[in-house]
Design a protein around this ligand. Structure first.
Ligand code: ADP
Length: 278
């Protein structure tokens, strides 16, 4: 579903944020993107959301080369992608309801359909009773849930999150990951950038590791949702490079031992092709 083929990204100031990176993510997968601050995680997400374009290589979504998406088509393309940010980026002077409704208002959904979808999204994140609150009246975890509701309200097929638990304690972080898991279980492809190694380990999910803009080919500890058996940590990376794990991405993005790298959600073949509003 998401393919990076020898992708490099050089910013205008000359910083090479990604270098010759290739990976594959299946439809319906739940993948963590991890690595140190500055490794290139946000850049990778921004390329998928077409907030940036790569300078070399190809980014494909459902086989569509993003380099060929004309600028005018970008908002249309983005309807299929929900984004969650560490600082949730809520509008402080708007209610929870209005914040979540924003993507639908931009797309000119009708009042009735907007209200229906917003309440469904708020219900999923457990905040139906807070629809009239202002963001400042909510806890950090609740604000992040509003950010997630806003990201899913237009029913995207891909959910990207950039350090969504960065400001939360471990318990709240786990709740947020559980929420992403629920969306993943109904077929949404989830990609979360996080430098929180403990959180990634605990999740037992596949981890794509980036180091200085390149795909890290070493292994990542922690499998099957179990905490890692505490291998000796690599002082450079913060985790051991040679601890075999089936949840580690190799250069093709497939799990070692998996011939097809098949979807975590059997039979999921949801398309990112823009859909009609209902
Ligand atoms: P991460 O999300 O892993 O912290 P980023 O993708 O934000 O990493 O950054 C990767 C590298 O690209 C860093 O060196 C960062 O300073 C640089 N970078 C990120 N955004 C820009 C930008 N808009 N212009 C120039 N350099 C950038």
């Amino acid at each position: 579903m998401i393919d990076f083929m020898n992708v490099s990204k050089r910013y205008a100031n000359g910083t090479e944020a990604l270098r010759n990176l290739s990976m594959h993510i299946d439809a319906g997968e739940f993948v963590f993107l991890t690595g140190h601050s500055g490794a290139g995680k946000s850049t990778l997400l921004r390329l998928i959301a077409l907030l940036e374009r790569c300078t070399q290589g190809e980014v494909l979504i459902d086989g569509h080369n993003l380099a060929r998406v004309p600028r005018k088509q970008v908002p249309y393309f983005r309807r299929n992608i929900g984004m969650v940010f560490q600082d949730h980026r809520l509008l402080g002077d708007r209610s929870v309801f209005d914040n979540v409704a924003l993507p639908l208002v931009i797309e000119s959904y009708g009042h009735h359909e907007t209200a229906r979808r917003v309440r469904a999204a708020l219900d999923k994140v457990g905040l139906l009773k807070k629809e009239r609150s202002l963001p400042a009246m909510l806890s950090g975890g609740e604000q992040q849930r509003v950010g997630i509701a806003r990201a899913v309200v237009a029913r995207p097929t891909i959910l990207l999150a950039d350090e969504p638990t960065g400001n939360l304690d471990p318990l709240l972080s786990r709740e947020i990951v559980d929420l992403f898991t629920q969306f993943n279980q109904v077929g949404v492809t989830v990609l979360i950038a996080s430098h929180d190694i403990a959180l990634v380990r605990r999740s037992g999910r596949r981890a794509v590791v980036i180091r200085e803009g390149e795909l890290w080919q070493g292994d990542f500890p922690g499998q099957g949702g179990e905490p890692a058996a505490q291998p000796p940590l690599n002082p450079d990376l913060g985790y051991a490079p040679h601890d075999a794990s089936p949840h580690v991405s190799n250069s093709t993005g497939q799990r070692p031992g998996s011939a097809s790298g098949s979807s975590a959600v059997a039979g999921s073949s949801r398309s990112t092709t823009p859909r009609r509003r209902t």
